[in-house]
Design a protein around this ligand. Structure first.
Ligand code: ATP
Ligand code: MN
Length: 301
């Protein structure tokens, strides 16, 4: 950008009304530009504010990239398709052949732009495996999927045995459950704030793939630990009220994006339904364990 800032662009790969095919594993699912945009808005509506700003945009791949770049290698991956659209592909180890190119129409390409965080020397951060990580294979099972008492182990382990870290993981699970994102292998935190730093919710492009289905396993950290921050629960309850219905707040928030409508009505409705699931899950925990054990006052307020 003119001020030397950077943005990360994810091109449109799937139309908004298309659902992820039912036989697709989550790890071969498309990355959706509109999911990145919607996740940013949802994160703000939930008052987490852990997703760097994302906005939709059309870029002219010829005028805004090919004609102005001084990078020979970048120029070399551009080509004209048989339909006379301008396309380009990435050079990397896998899925980087011309078959996976993205194409303008003929030059215009729809996508999401995420504000890029400052470099690691200015804002150091580390990537940490999600305790509720998913197997990256057809048949693999992780311990949390087979051991209902898995959370008891996590609770004893550093850094989940003190402070907000586990509650932040549960916040992230609720966030991912609402969007339907199963692709959360790692999370990142800024090191500057120590162990109690907030979790960055980066890479939300695999959400909003299926509106007709709620993937309950994403909620495992909440279901298994039966804990939630009081502030999170308060916000979720507010968004379940008819005056502040989550789908309505999201529709309004997203209406200001240049690519509006960002989400189909089906996906907005799914948010309300999933919010209901989250609140019922908390309700069951409270019934079983009592509110003081389940609804936790944040350590930082
Ligand atoms: N807004 C951002 N600012 C700075 N770094 C970012 C941002 N978003 C993502 N990253 C970094 O870039 C990496 C890749 O981003 P992301 O996961 O969104 O893309 P991807 O296409 O899904 O890549 P991968 O296949 O490696 O997961 C992330 O793991 C993260 O470390
Ligand atoms: Mn990713």
């Amino acid at each position: 950008l003119q001020d030397f800032g950077k943005a990360m662009f994810k091109p449109m790969r799937q139309k908004r009304h298309e659902e992820t095919p039912e036989n697709f594993f989550y790890f071969v699912d498309f990355q959706r530009h509109n999911a990145e945009i919607a996740a940013f808005h949802l994160d703000r509506v939930l008052d987490f504010r852990r997703v760097p700003p994302v906005a939709g945009r059309f870029i002219n791949v010829t005028g805004e990239i090919l004609y102005i770049t001084h990078n020979e290698e970048l120029r070399s991956v551009f080509f004209n398709s048989p339909a006379n659209n301008t396309c380009f592909f990435a050079k990397c180890l896998y899925v980087c052949k011309s078959e996976y190119a993205v194409c303008g129409h003929p030059d215009l390409l729809e996508g999401s732009m995420s504000a890029y965080l400052p470099g690691l020397s200015i804002a150091p951060r580390i990537s940490i495996p999600n305790p509720w990580i998913r197997a990256y294979s057809f048949t693999g099972r992780e311990e949390w999927e087979v051991n209902p008492l898995y959370c008891d182990n996590v609770k004893k382990l550093y850094p989940y045995n003190s402070g907000n870290r586990l509650l932040n993981i549960i916040d992230m699970a609720i966030f991912d459950f609402l969007t339907g994102n199963m692709d959360r292998h790692h999370y990142e935190i800024f090191t500057k704030f120590g162990d109690d730093g907030f979790l960055l919710h980066l890479d939300n492009a695999r959400g909003f793939g299926r509106h007709s289905d709620d993937e309950m396993s994403i909620l495992a950290p909440l279901t298994q630990c039966c804990m939630i921050k009081r502030s999170t629960l308060f916000r979720l309850k507010l968004l379940a009220k008819s005056e502040y219905r989550l789908s309505d707040v999201m529709r309004e928030s997203l209406s200001r994006d240049p690519l509006s409508p960002v989400l189909t009505e089906d996906h907005l409705q799914a948010l309300d339904r999933r919010l209901g699931h989250v609140l019922r899950t908390v309700g069951k925990c409270v019934k079983k364990l009592g509110e003081p054990q389940v609804v936790i006052r944040d350590f930082d307020v």
